[in-house]
Design a protein around this ligand. Sequence first.
Ligand code: DAH
Length: 336
Amino acid sequence: MPTRPLSDYLAEIDGADRTGLEALRVQWLGRHGSLTAALRELGTLGPKERRTAGQELNALKQAVEERLLARQRQLQAQALSSRLDNERVDLSLPGEPVALGHPHPLAVTQERLVSTFVAMGFAMAVGPEVEDDWHNFEALNFPPDHPARDMQDSFALADGGWLLRTHTSPVQIRAMQQAAPGPLRIIAPGRVYRRDDDATHASTFHQIEALVIDRGVSMAHLKATLKTFARALFGADVPLRFRPSYFPFTEPSAELDIGCLFCQQAGCAICKLSGWLEVLGSGMVHPKVLQAGGYDPERMTGFAFGLGIERIAMLYYQIPDIRLMLQGDLRFLSQF
Ligand code: DAH
């Protein structure tokens, strides 16, 4: 029986790496392996010899197989632990920063305005951004050739009579038609469009419309409402000015100015040295508008006002160019 002592085999096994180990297994125990051959040769021996040699050989083979398996497990364990060493997570490393988003300054401003009015008892109303000429102009007392239409140059849609609304005032008409002949107290925030494009006028912007209709509503109610609102938004000490103005859908009409927030009325570039900033347009709802909305102007009166949300945000945050509001530039947005 041409076999070597067990210790030779074991020494070789213990010195082998993973590939070496497999080679040894093939060399000894494979189909043409030396131990396989020796076992096969047992058949050529006489019965007595075969028994002793067989016992020895099988014991050897078993010991070799066990050691091969043990060594294999040992190598696997080593490989695993060195992989774990390499892949260890260092929990003390600083993490990847995650950029958190936040509401757009315009959304923040709209929310503040809306909640101020809601606290004063106004309900929310909405209307479509694509309007017809009647709701956007005619019902608001802009006759077809009225020059006031020029101030609100609009985007007309090709399809006869439709346009992108130039202001939120058409929501007044829609709300009146729903509520008449009963009282009404609504605000209507929303997007509006005009053919304008410069540092203080954008082609797309936002307004909030307010409308109150009831018996005996007067200019005093309008003033008190605007005063309450302006103080809530700009502070109790803000100087206010009510200045006569013109809108086709109100009579009389007035604009509300606040004392310049930037120079405390000393005069600066933002208030164009006047000490005042324009905030909104307002007035008593014109009898013809009340009629268009389904009310009897002899019985019910109302006031309305409308303000530009971008304008308020620009004043509040001192933003010099309205177009920044629409551009989605992170260098701008991340400042808020
Ligand atoms: N619709 C006007 C505009 O866009 C703003 C306005 C003025 C609304 C007076 C009103 C109002 O409700 O009474 O310029």
